[in-house]
Design a protein around this ligand. Structure first.
Ligand code: SF4
Length: 270
């Protein structure tokens, strides 16, 4: 079963394996997943008919609404002396699809600088829009960019991420961004159809990593119920092997495995 969609602009703090204690910012319309991908492992379930904005969709939060929500939450955190590591733009979908994404980022930088200058401002993106000029400018304004790339060849990419985007375009766009952290989710359905852990798939993905030269790579596996129920977490041993093949390229790589709680949750699924 997918996790519930966010009901507000602010959520968390989320205790993330990869981001520490992070306040989440959802710039997507409330109550509907909006994404231009359809990842088999998505924790929000399958993307259903709302890949991009449409007339039936609820309104996007305005830049003013987003900055007001963030400012109010940061004031609360200061009052309560809350310990936080990051402000992270993510939410239930792809945040860079917001039509005013760049203005939102400008406002977030201003609010963060004024109210919580020590907090890192981060974004999680699926990388598909990184070549769009306004998104590219906006991505450059974050302290940290966590950009998804789960495959380096079009067939594996289509099976895992559900879309036939041009890998070449994505790789070129990521290579030109400053200090990119590539996040790669490794999964297998045990039948060889949705599986980016085969030698062939790993070699293609490493070729893309060579081209991008990210500042860091994060290798991980599912920790929450995926859209495709057959998907299985990849063993720690295999994740370590993949990370080691990144490190020999002199690119730092971290491994995040499935937590015991998540394994228990999945074991109890029907
Ligand atoms: S890019 Fe993210 S939100 Fe979109 S389908 Fe994939 S995991 Fe889900």
């Amino acid at each position: 079963m997918a996790i519930p969609l966010q009901q507000h602009i602010m959520y968390g703090p989320v205790r993330s394996r990869r981001l520490g204690r992070s306040l989440g910012i959802n710039v997507l319309p409330v109550g509907i997943k909006v994404c231009n991908m359809n990842c088999a492992y998505c924790q929000y379930g399958w993307t259903r008919g709302q890949r991009l904005s449409g007339a039936r969709m609820k309104p996007w939060p305005s830049p003013a609404q987003v900055s007001a929500a963030v400012a109010a939450r940061l004031r609360l955190a200061a009052r309560d002396d809350e310990s936080l590591d990051r402000l992270t733009v993510a939410g239930h979908g792809e945040p860079t699809l917001h039509p005013e994404f760049e203005e939102i980022v400008d406002r977030l930088v201003e609010v963060r600088d004024r109210l919580a200058p020590d907090l890192r401002l981060s974004v999680l993106s699926n990388s598909t829009t990184a070549a769009w000029p306004s998104v590219r400018r906006a991505l450059g304004k974050f302290d940290e960019r966590y950009m998804k790339l789960d495959a380096g060849d079009p067939i594996t990419y289509a099976h895992i991420n559900g879309l036939g985007n041009s890998i070449v375009t994505i790789v070129d766009a990521l290579r030109d961004l400053p200090q990119v952290v590539v996040q790669a989710m490794f999964v297998s359905d045990g039948k060889g159809r949705v599986d980016n852990t085969t030698e062939g798939a790993i070699n293609e993905w490493l070729g893309a990593i060579d081209a991008i030269q990210p500042s860091r790579v994060q290798v991980y596996t599912i920790d929450r119920p995926p859209a495709l129920q057959d998907l299985r977490a990849v063993p720690m041993r295999r994740l370590r092997e993949i990370a080691e093949r990144v490190r020999v390229r002199e690119i730092p790589a971290d491994v995040f495995t499935s937590t015991p709680d998540a394994r228990k949750r999945r074991a109890s699924l029907p």
